[in-house]
Design a binder for this molecule. Structure first.
Ligand SMILES: NC(=O)c1ccc[n+]([C@@H]2O[C@H](COP(=O)([O-])OP(=O)(O)OC[C@H]3O[C@@H](n4cnc5c(N)ncnc54)[C@H](OP(=O)(O)O)[C@@H]3O)[C@@H](O)[C@H]2O)c1
Length: 250
């Protein structure tokens, strides 16, 4: 299987790469930090996988387009759009620059890379496109307006894309994790409910991909709480948010 993973130098992307590293699999790993990416690639090779690394910034859309075109010269069985950043805010108005950065990295970069790949998958009549969204996309908190907005945009993209390309035999899989231990969450200063270890989180993501889940929010208890709160009248939701302890941001 040929699997492309963005954001493979740390956290979920790194552990997904290790999880798929076995003989018979060909991995293409992308991130900016070359040393870390090579370290991951080495570990994957020792597990028997063929590995190619691409050192690039997903915010460079021209580069993403070119990389997408090159990748599409051979079959792509699965692409996991995982590269992402979070910026939390404790108070005041969210700076526009943070919005810009988050939307570029978490949202726009996804289509910059996929645009040349989708026609290849349509020609193949197969393929899996996996996007890593977040439970934060389902409920925007005062400290995560920009992050939640960027991930909610990603949900809308994944939903529409699935309707477009499912008839061609391509699966779009949208994963919405809660808190998972990673470089991203280690900088959070607030208490993270239902925090999962990296291993536990990645196992669930791999399970969802194997089962081709269209929409996979987890952990389930955290999702249920969020989902229930979205069904409440707005004044009750306002009270819940007021008393939720996400005040410090990260
Ligand atoms: N951990 C959680 O609790 C959690 C929850 C929900 C969703 N998520 C999502 O899961 C994904 C992975 O996050 P993580 O927790 O594993 O965080 P992480 O350890 O910080 O990993 C982020 C990865 O994205 C890459 N990346 C960031 N900006 C990039 C850029 N401009 N160009 C190329 N690569 C870039 C990083 O590589 P370089 O820095 O080397 O470029 C790194 O490999 C993100 O999309 C995040 O929003 C995480």
């Amino acid at each position: 299987m040929r699997i492309v993973i963005t954001g493979a130098s740390s956290g979920l992307g790194k552990h997904l790469a290790l999880g798929y590293a076995s003989s018979g699999n060909e991995l293409v790993l992308l991130a900016r930090r070359e040393e870390k990416l090579e370290e991951v690639a080495m570990q994957c090779r020792t597990r028997g996988a063929k590995v190619e690394t691409i050192v690039s910034d997903v915010n460079d859309f021209d580069a993403m387009h070119q990389i997408g075109q090159q990748l599409a010269n051979s079959n792509i069985d699965r692409i996991i759009l995982n590269a992402g950043i979070s910026v939390g805010h404790s108070e005041g108005v969210t700076p526009f620059n943070d919005f810009h950065r988050l939307f570029k990295t978490n949202f726009l970069s996804v289509h910059a890379l996929l645009e040349p790949i989708i026609p290849k998958m349509i020609e193949q009549k197969s393929g899996e496109i996996v996007v890593i969204s977040s439970l934060a996309s389902l409920m925007s908190m005062p400290t995560s307006v920009a992050y939640s907005s960027s991930k909610r945009a990603l949900n809308a993209y994944a939903e529409g894309l699935r309707y477009q390309i499912k008839p061609h035999g391509i699966d779009v899989i949208n994963i919405l994790p809660g808190f998972i231990d990673s470089e991203m969450t280690q900088k959070n200063k607030f208490k993270m409910p239902f925090l999962l270890t990296t291993d536990a989180g990645v196992k669930r993501i791999m399970h969802a991909i194997e089962k081709k889940k269209r929409f996979y929010p987890f952990p389930f208890r955290f999702y249920l709480l969020i989902r229930t709160s979205t069904l409440l009248p707005q004044f009750l939701r306002d009270i819940i948010v007021k008393f939720t302890n996400f005040k410090k941001g990260a």
